[in-house]
Design a protein around this ligand. Sequence first.
Ligand code: C2E
Ligand code: MG
Ligand code: MG
Length: 712
Amino acid sequence: MDLIPFPLNPAVEQDCPLLTQMLLTPFDELLELDLKRARIRFIRHTEGKYLAPMGEAAYEDALHYALEYMIHPSDHDAYFQFHELSTLRQRLEASDTPGVLRASFRFKLIAGGWRWGSEVLIGGTVNGAPEYVAYSFLYDGGDLAPGQAGTADSCAMRSELTGLRREDSFFSVGRRLLSAHPANWCVVAIDLEQFKLFNEWYGREKGDLLLAKVGAMLNIVEQNTGGLACYFGQDDFALFVPWESSVLERLFTDIHALIKEFGTSVGFMPALGVCRVEDGGSIEDLYDRAAVATRHAKENFHTRIRLFDPSMYAKTDADYRILSEFQRALQDRELFIVLQPQCKTAGGKVVGAESLVRWRKPDGSLVPPGVFIPVLERYGFIPDLDKYVWEEVCAWQRSWLDAGRTPLPVSVNVSRIDIYTIDVPDYFDLLLEKYSLPVDVIKIEITESAYVDNNRVVDTVRRLREKGFLVLMDDFGSGYSSLNMLRNLNVDIIKLDAHFLRMNDEDRKGMQIMESVVNLARTMGVPIIVEGVETQEELDFITGLDCQYVQGFFFYRPMPVPDYEKLIASPENIDNSGFFLNAREKLRMRDLLYQNVLSDEMLNSILGPAGILEERGEQWTLTAYNHRLYDLLGVERIRDHMHEPLELVPEENRQDFRALLEQAQTAAQAGAQQAFSFHIADGVVARIRVEAFYLGGSEGRKTYYVSMRTAS
Ligand code: C2E
Ligand code: MG
Ligand code: MG
């Protein structure tokens, strides 16, 4: 077994002999969950297998990260419920095997694709109550023989509700059957469409009854065919059976008939996705493709049975092509940097540049960064690219200094995946040391979306700035901002994209947006670089707003390094007085809202979903909201609930929601935040992070600013 770098909590270990037993079976990941402090700590992690945040983190953040990057979208709800902190301790204690919970989810592999993993949570008190610590073990679903790693847990092979086998059993037995059965078998993924709504309309009990009935029916299919039937939880079922279209049509009709026993609405339908064994691949692959086909089945009201077709996966294949070529391309130096000058608005003198990566294939064709960068990000390979780019930039700066030239700073792009997977500040330290560079020749651009409620990013920015790096917030105004983020903006420079100026509407909305952002930035003392300035008119507008810096085709396009060298070799082309940074003023939330710093355009277009809640005794009112809030919650829902806004929160969460607002009142500067379930349009319940600020009150009236964001 590999080394365990961090110790377990000895007091829990002593209390919980099960832990020692679990440590003896091979596992991929081990985490400690401190339920009292709501923090998690990585103890062991198998390198290079799954994408995972390392070290220690707030539980909420880690959960959020997992949902965003690690867990298969179809498993999000189950994963979230399994990890719901507020009930975790009770569930552990009430479990059939006290102190043990177990579930399986699909985890994303760094190498691409998904793999089933079984998570076993073992909880224990620290020398009795009230502290409570749990350990989470992740076992590779593929290697988990029934009853082996989980000797201690009573988790049956079959689901109680439906009587069907669970996924572990489906995949392990399925693997054996697959090697024995000829190509004319298939995997069928079955989904009951709008099942959540079904639960809402008819009640959960009826929902469970329907699931049980479908289970009983599929059980018969299993027995009659000698195949397998499985219940994955929620409304997801699967079959591994001989392929015969008439059987599937019959199955569709039978399930539909079961649904119709509860009501005649036509909206509730099964959707069947099918992948045939002859398509090749493991049982997991077959299921994944069948599940993809299910989504396509839902698109068309008339064809609720869809056979998998590789074009449904086209995007993924293209991803794989990029990933498989990327490593070689890096070695063969098909990837290289170009530099785009950043200029003074007045006069256009060069103050620095941004490094942008380019990929030229041997046949001379260019792969656009907008194509390969998102793929590398999605699969966790962006740090390989970025480390290469950063090093190229440092090496170039060294050579420039060695030539005795005047240095100008160069920006590098840092993706949020870099921040999760490597220690970015330490890495830059190493680079500066390796190339003996002063800190002010490198600037660091981090895109706005990375900042959202993310401690690790905030911490990274703080450490970089402490080390003396200038940090720029890239793509500002892409719509992720919450007011809190604006207020606490801990960056040196904002980059704002001029595409707002090209928003083609009569009321010159884009211009108003630019204007209000620039005003806000000025109030806060943060300089702006306007990116993407293409025309004289745009430059004039920017000049009118008194923005000092631009980067755009109007002055220069991104250029090969030798061209840039030629450009800045002439002193008359450059201005090396550095970026002009002002002292920062501390703003109060209330001032931001009430001193006309925020225009309507800003509230509607820059900020994420937000609104103002007013409380008068027991009477709540949503007194204002922006367009994004209505995109999120649905116009009608908002209109219907203006005077009872708390009803948008499911009843079981309402108490916590009020508690959050109270907390916001106590912590007037910092505000308060938490994730909740919300009723959004179409009867769907979604996890949404809420951030609340107390704005003040008088005569029994209290006002709060509330911003929201989907949690996954
Ligand atoms: P970004 O960091 O916001 O880079 C600015 C993008 O705007 C560049 O696109 C640049 O060519 C383009 N641009 C600059 N001026 C103008 C203009 O006047 N008009 C128009 N239409 N476009 C202009 P590019 O090079 O295609 O890069 C796109 C994005 O890819 C970058 O956006 C950045 O997010 C990412 N990227 C590029 N290089 C790297 C890299 O080395 N690492 C990482 N992580 N991301 C990179
Ligand atoms: Mg950039
Ligand atoms: Mg940008």
